[in-house]
Design a protein. Structure first.
Length: 138
């Protein structure tokens, strides 16, 4: 991970009583991401450099993209990372951030998702906490 001297990193981690493959599925399966990511499914072909899009389905059946990203790292059951492209708002200019999920086996579960986030909206911390809360429902 690279960061400029002005970068701000936030690290969120937690223990999940689940297997690494189950946690990986929670991060990459569109049907599961929809449970904790504001009703958005994450879609990508998972090749490094490819686009990843979190999108939600409207009542009329149309899919609306909400967050666009680029896959930086895809190491199954170990490390998933994105560059997130945040559109400009009235409060801030367009920015980019990095989001890293690191999965580490620990005893009868895993420490994860250990998320390391750079220059990102604080809502990612909430999403990571929701990951942990929902992992037990798999």
């Amino acid at each position: 991970m690279t960061a400029s001297p002005n970068s701000q990193w936030v690290t969120v981690s937690g223990f999940l009583k689940t297997s690494v493959p189950n946690a990986w599925q929670l991060l990459t399966d569109p049907q599961l991401t929809e449970r904790y990511m504001y009703n958005c499914q994450l879609h990508s072909d998972w090749k490094v450099g490819s686009t990843a899009v979190w999108k939600a389905q409207e009542e009329n059946g149309n899919w609306v993209p909400h967050v666009k990203a680029q896959v930086l790292v895809y190491e199954p059951c170990r490390h998933l990372a994105f560059t997130i492209f945040h559109e400009a708002t009235d409060q801030r200019p367009e920015i980019q951030s990095e989001l890293h999920f690191l999965l580490e086996p620990k005893g009868d579960g895993i420490t994860s998702p250990s998320s390391k986030v750079i220059l990102v909206d604080w809502s990612w911390a909430m999403c990571s906490t929701n990951n942990a809360n929902r992992a037990g429902t798999m």
